[in-house]
Design a binder for this molecule. Sequence first.
Ligand SMILES: C[S@@+](CC[C@H](N)C(=O)[O-])C[C@H]1O[C@@H](n2cnc3c(N)ncnc32)[C@H](O)[C@@H]1O
Length: 308
Amino acid sequence: MSTPFTHTTVLLQEAVQALIAPGTQPAGVYVDATFGRGGHSRLILQQLAPEGRLIAFDKDVDAVAEAARINDARFSIRHEPFTRLGELPAASLAGLLMDLGVSSPQIDDPQRGFSFRFDGPLDMRMDTTRGESVAEWLATAERGQMAEVFRDYGEERFAVQVAAAIDARRQERGPVSTTAELAELVAGAVKTREPGQNPATRVFQALRIFINAELEELQQALEASLNVLQPRGRLAVISFHSLEDRIVKQFIAAHSREVFDRRAPFAAPKPMLLKAVARIKPSAAEVAANPRARSAILRVAERTEVAK
Ligand SMILES: C[S@@+](CC[C@H](N)C(=O)[O-])C[C@H]1O[C@@H](n2cnc3c(N)ncnc32)[C@H](O)[C@@H]1O
């Protein structure tokens, strides 16, 4: 069943144009690794030739239900993490799009537990059919482990204090099970206030990234893309915070130069596998219409002709 919540697609035209040159009707195979509510997928389908194919992935059951409503023989959806795109045939893809993070329906549905703005069960899993929820993890995680997550994925200065507050609360009254309880606990432990930002923002971001293994899966999917993109195939990635963007930027940079082996100075360098093509930010008009777009960065790269 799909939820009544909607998602406004970010960088819709820009991302699809990065994959498909305007005015062309390619017959290749494309992947939308993050279907969401299908904004990018629908535009890709509009532009594909009849022999083209679009394979979409999403971990989220509601996203997959929405995708099932697309009645188009060129389209298929997989309820799988996008790391599985590495199983596609080598050099088979003309383009791969990743629009990272959570969708608005996920954030806006209190039952999903992603937001401190609504009270709900502390879940935060994109895939609710498997894995541990945030509440389950927080019930048993060690203090040091929690602090590391808050610091590494949330850049939270009061990581140690938040972990201590969660631990103390567990011992006194049992585990934290709702978003409101966690937000209140964090607000008591975080001593700084950033203008316009809820004090729990960083801790919620950290838990979401951790429980969904977002950065690890991003890194794995990027590595896999080198094998599945065909020569001149396009990689387009939209990220929403600096931790994600750093991974994408460093990945493209690392593969956009020839690598010399210092131990074999006269050997030919390893060829470059990618060519950086563009870095695009949403227009002022898009940000005004959809504030969620404000931190978005689209990076585009092209697979080089050289075989891996
Ligand atoms: C920002 S939304 C995509 C929105 C989409 N482009 C649209 O226009 O509707 C991100 C989606 O990617 C999914 N997602 C995030 N990480 C994923 C992963 N590692 N594997 C599969 N799906 C993932 C989320 O469940 C969410 O539905």
